[in-house]
Design a protein around this ligand. Structure first.
Ligand SMILES: O=C(O)CCC(=O)C(=O)O
Ligand SMILES: [Fe+2]
Length: 428
C-alpha cells in the first residue's frame, strides 16, 4: 500500500473510532441531562464574597480542568458595579469615534476591509494625524501604529483587573509571568423599539434563541481573525490542539446575565475534544445548537473564565430590556508569541499599545500584566521565573561540585531514574 493510501486508511479509521466513541458517550451519558444539572446547580461558580482566595483558586482550577470554564461570582463588589458599567458605556462612544476617525483618515468603508500600503503607513505616522485620531506606536519595529489599548478609557475598571482572585487562578493554570494580550468591550444590544433585534453579530442574523456562532478563541481561533490575509491573520495553533491551556478568556459581566440577557454559551468538556466547531473536517455546523451546551448565568460584577479551546458563543438574542455590558480580556503565559503577526490589523485587539505615561498611570499591581504593551519599557522576565532559574542553577551547581570533587561517585547516582517511552506510564 502506498503512503497516500495509508493516510486515507488512517483518516477513515480515525473517523470510525470517533463515531464509535460518540455512540458509547451517548449510551453512557445523556449530555443534555449533564448540562441541565450543571446549569441548574452552577457547580462551575465560586464566590469571591463567601470563599477565601485559596478556595476560589482551587475550585476554579478544578472547574477549568473538568469543564473548560468557571465563574468567580461578585469579583467586583456590588457597590462599584454601576459606576464601572457607566464608565464602559462612555468608553464605547470614545472608542467607536476613534475607529470612525481612523476609517475616515484612511478612506475605507470599514477598518476590516482597509488595505494598508505605503501611503496609509505614511498617513498613520504623520504628526498631523495626532489631531484627528488617537494612535500609539506598536512595540514591534516596522509595524504601523495602532489604536490605544481600551484600558486607557477605563481607569475605574483597571483597579479591579489585577484582582488577586483572578491573578491567582491565571497563575495556577498558565504560569507565573502573565500577559494580558487583548482587552476590549463586548456589548450585546437588547431588542430596540424600532424592531432591530438584539444579540451578537450582523443584524440580519440576530434575534433567535436557537442559533449559535460557535468558535474557539485565539490562539485557537481557527479563522485567525484575518483568514487568508497575511496582513491580518494572527495565527492559529494547528488542529488537533495540544492538551495545554495557552490562554484564559475572561469575560467581566457588568449586567446580570441569563438565558435571555446575554449569558455566554459553552459546551462543557469541549476544551479537550479534538474536533472544532469550525474545523473543516469535523462535521460540526457552527450556527446550530450542540447537545450538552449550556448558557452561563451570573450576577453583574461576576467573571466568566474559560480555556480558549472551549467551544463557546455569544448569544445571538437578547430579549431582556437592557444591553449586556461586558469587558473581555485574554490572558496568556509569557511564552506565547503575541502580535508579531497581522501588522495591518489596525483594529485587531491583539496587544493594543500604551504610551509610557498611560502605562505608568495603571495601578501598580496591573503594570506587570501590561508592561509588554508599552514599547518604551524593557519587558524582562518577572521575579518568579528568576527565582525558578536560581533554584535550578543551585541544583545543577551541586552536581558540578560533585563532578569536581568526587567524579568516581557519579556512575550509579541516577540508577533510580526511568524514562518512559510514549504510550507507557512514567515509573515513579
Ligand atoms: O459575548 C460573549 O459572551 C462571548 C464573547 C466571545 O466569544 C469572545 O470575546 O471571544
Ligand atoms: Fe470567543
Amino acid at each position: 500500500m502506498n503512503i497516500s493510501a495509508l493516510h486515507a486508511k488512517a483518516t477513515r479509521l480515525e473517523r470510525e473510532l470517533r463515531e464509535i466513541r460518540d455512540r458509547i458517550a451517548q449510551v453512557e451519558h445523556d449530555p443534555a441531562a449533564v448540562a441541565d444539572d450543571l446549569a441548574r446547580n452552577r457547580s462551575y461558580a465560586f464566590s469571591a464574597e463567601a470563599l477565601s482566595i485559596d478556595e476560589v483558586v482551587e475550585g476554579c482550577a478544578d472547574s477549568l480542568d473538568r469543564y473548560g470554564f468557571c465563574v468567580i461570582d461578585h469579583v467586583i463588589p456590588s457597590s462599584e458595579v454601576d459606576a464601572i458599567r457607566e464608565e464602559v458605556k462612555a468608553a464605547r462612544i470614545t472608542i467607536d469615534r476613534n475607529h470612525q476617525a481612523l476609517q475616515e483618515l484612511l478612506g475605507g468603508n470599514s477598518l476590516k476591509s482597509l488595505k494598508i500600503g505605503a501611503n496609509e503607513e505614511a498617513l498613520l505616522t504623520d504628526p498631523a494625524t495626532a489631531d484627528k485620531v488617537e494612535l500609539r506606536p506598536a512595540r514591534r519595529v516596522g509595524h504601523p501604529p495602532k489604536v490605544p489599548n481600551d484600558i486607557v478609557w477605563l481607569p475605574r475598571y483597571a483597579r479591579h483587573l489585577a484582582n488577586p482572585f483572578v491573578t491567582g487562578v491565571a497563575r495556577r493554570v498558565l504560569d507565573d509571568h502573565l500577559r494580558i494580550a487583548q482587552l476590549h468591550l463586548r456589548i450585546l444590544d437588547c431588542d430596540k423599539p424600532d424592531g432591530t433585534p438584539g444579540g451578537f453579530g450582523a443584524v440580519h442574523r440576530r434575534g433567535r434563541p436557537d442559533t449559535r456562532e460557535w468558535h474557539t478563541d485565539w490562539p485557537h481561533d481557527t479563522t485567525a481573525y484575518g483568514r487568508g490575509d497575511p496582513g491580518r491573520n494572527i495565527g492559529c495553533v494547528r488542529q488537533p490542539f495540544p492538551d495545554v491551556a495557552m490562554c484564559l478568556v475572561m469575560i467581566w459581566y457588568l449586567t446580570d446575565v441569563d438565558e435571555d440577557s446575554g449569558g455566554t454559551w459553552v459546551v462543557p468538556g469541549s476544551h479537550r475534544d479534538t474536533r472544532n466547531p469550525r474545523g473543516p473536517s469535523d462535521g460540526i455546523t457552527c450556527t446550530a445548537p450542540i447537545p450538552g451546551e449550556i448558557q452561563i448565568t451570573a450576577a453583574a460584577g461576576s467573571l466568566y473564565i474559560q480555556d480558549s479551546r472551549s467551544w463557546h458563543a455569544s448569544p445571538m438574542h437578547n430579549t431582556s430590556d437592557r444591553d449586556r455590558i461586558a469587558v473581555v480580556n485574554r490572558w496568556c503565559p509569557w511564552w506565547l508569541a503575541v502580535d508579531d503577526y497581522a501588522p495591518h490589523g489596525l483594529n485587531n485587539t491583539v496587544c493594543q499599545p500604551l504610551s509610557r505615561s498611560e502605562y505608568l498611570a495603571l495601578p501598580t499591581e496591573l503594570q506587570p500584566l501590561m508592561r509588554h504593551l508599552c514599547p518604551e519599557e524593557q519587558d524582562t522576565v518577572q521575579q518568579p521565573l528568576l527565582d525558578r532559574a536560581m533554584e535550578a542553577d543551585v541544583w545543577a551547581r551541586r552536581a558540578f561540585k560533585r563532578l569536581e570533587e568526587d567524579p568516581d561517585s557519579l556512575a550509579g547516582v541516577n540508577a533510580h531514574i526511568r524514562v518512559a517511552l510514549a504510550g507507557s506510564r512514567r515509573e515513579d
